[in-house]
Ligand binder design. Structure first.
Ligand code: ITT
Length: 194
């Protein structure tokens, strides 16, 4: 497969920034949804990360002739039965902030008292003109910290403690996170297929 331009179908600027960096070695021109003037919102109605990534990529690929990459990702906490999982973005309800979601996660886990093992999961799908072209998956294991630490990254990064580097994701530099993260692993798996 030979891309020169790829649209990243996300409204999450943290994700877009990471993809730009993770794909920089390809030389592809990376566009966001605003670059193709796409205002549409597509519902994430799937039952898994992979299904949601596929649905997003296929839906947005109807709005452009360019290939479209979608990422569905989230945090699975073992003691919470794998939650918030595919509901990571909506975990604290509509309009909630990253801090609201982190507060809810910490209070549920503190009340639960169980082990703090967790993993970040990332499913990627690429589609063009309504056809699915490629899929990839990555995950990264860690622990939920007792309180937020660090200010880099986005989302749940301040409470995801990465044992290998003994820091939370939000305490890692961008290049460190992009070496180890679930998204980095998914992009690596994707590029291996090319
Ligand atoms: P798009 O659907 O527009 O891509 P989104 O933020 O809604 O944006 P998801 O539906 O995939 O994306 O939800 C991902 C959720 O998981 C979101 O709340 C993130 O905060 C969280 N998440 C995913 N990857 C993360 C990462 O690398 N660091 C921190 N949180 C992450």
């Amino acid at each position: 497969m030979n891309y020169s331009t790829l649209v990243i179908a996300t409204r999450n600027i943290g994700k877009l920034r990471e993809f730009r960096s993770l794909l920089s070695s390809t030389g592809w021109r990376i566009l966001g949804l605003s670059d193709i003037s796409c205002q549409k919102e597509h519902e994430e109605s799937g039952a898994s990360f992979a299904e949601n990534a596929r649905l997003k990529a296929l839906a947005y690929s109807a709005d452009t002739d360019l290939p479209v990459l979608a990422d569905d990702s989230g945090l699975e906490v073992a003691a919470l039965g794998g939650g918030p999982g595919i509901h990571s973005a909506r975990y604290a309800g509509p309009g909630a902030s990253d801090s609201d979601r982190i507060r809810k996660l910490l209070s549920e886990l503190d009340a639960n008292g169980g082990p703090r093992d967790a993993r970040f999961v990332c499913a990627i799908a690429i589609a063009q003109s309504g056809h699915l072209l490629m899929e990839a998956y990555g995950e990264c294991r860690g622990l939920i910290a007792h309180e937020p630490r660090g200010s880099n990254g986005f989302g749940y990064d301040p409470v995801f403690f990465f044992p290998e580097l003994q820091r939370t994701y939000a305490e890692l530099s961008e290049s460190e996170k992009n070496r180890y993260s679930h998204r980095a692993r998914a992009v690596h798996a994707l590029l291996e297929q090319l």
